[in-house]
Design a protein around this ligand. Sequence first.
Ligand code: 5GP
Length: 125
Amino acid sequence: MAVSGLGPYDPQNIFAKILRGEIPCRTVFENTFALAFHDIAPKAPVHVLVIPKGPYVSFADFSTTASDAEIAGFTRAVGHVASLLGLDEAGYRLLSNMGAAAGQEVPHFHVHLFGGAALGPMLHR
Ligand code: 5GP
């Protein structure tokens, strides 16, 4: 699915390279459906990216194209990672940039998981 200027899936995007082990990452969790790793430029004390294993460009692509098993597995993995990081009690923020207006930089669907501090207002304008 090509949406919002992202084009078709590019297997040379940086997260595809991380999934293939061609570029290192600081892994937090991995299973059949998802890989979670620390963001290289953290914007909160905890800033982890959770990505599906399959080749999905964006949330729009993932939510319409992925199987129910992939969507369930990925969603459960995101929650599991938050628990693993000890964020359930204090709380955390999930964010996914989709396309140009949101400033999505990497064309492999990912969820940002922020925590470890009071995160302030949802959007800065
Ligand atoms: P987006 O703007 O696409 O929602 O977010 C992309 C995120 O990927 C950014 O927060 C950026 O810091 C992170 N990122 C970009 N390249 C790398 C990389 O090579 N390794 C890791 N761990 N994170 C990266």
